[in-house]
Design a protein around this ligand. Sequence first.
Ligand code: ZN
Ligand code: ZN
Length: 238
Amino acid sequence: MKYLIDTHTHTIASGHAYNTIDEMTRKAAELGLANIGITEHAPKMWGSCGVLYFSNLKVVPREKYGVRRYMGCEANIMDFTGKLDLPDKILSQMDIVIASFHTPCIKAGSVEENTAALIEVIKNPLVHIVGHPDDSRYPIDMEAVVKAAKEYHKLLELNNTSLRPIGPRLNARDNDIQLLEMCKQYGVCISLGSDAHIEEDICNFALAEELLKEVDFPESLIANMDMELMNSYLLANK
Ligand SMILES: [Zn+2]
Ligand SMILES: [Zn+2]
């Protein structure tokens, strides 16, 4: 396995994903994946688990079947000040925090408003990764977001699920090309996330890889290929 971690996966706790933590870990071991990020949707997503679920993640052993588990969340951005739907105290206990726009949780604003929200999220020391900033339903000033990620040492996600033709996100391919070109230009690292909702999709980066090839994206800017680099982001607030 060329990649050392998949930073974005979901289990049955998210309400619309289909495997357990144990099944996801076993599958990662089978694939020869050394690390997995398990990032359930935070409470404001319909049908996902509640605050207590996240506050009790301390009971989950971080190592099983030879796989290191990064237990975290995909928090929902709730407004244009970058407010998230979990208390800071709980976010600070997470191994990995992704923050994303999701339609059940926030109605898109103007480019200025959406961009301001992402920049506030990037400034939040408890957030590690901006999830799928590639959705024209939430248009943003990509350059401003990439520059903020550089300044605050945050990862921007290249989300494989966004690139599926039947995927929910709008115009993701073009937006991701723009994202990658700007990350190249400013030397900003990305994080590859499968956004798996089923074990078969763990580390499925097939569509993302096509795009990386197309824009000749340097491997040195893919944090999933170097855990020291990845941990410089994930452990920055620890
Ligand atoms: Zn989901
Ligand atoms: Zn998401």
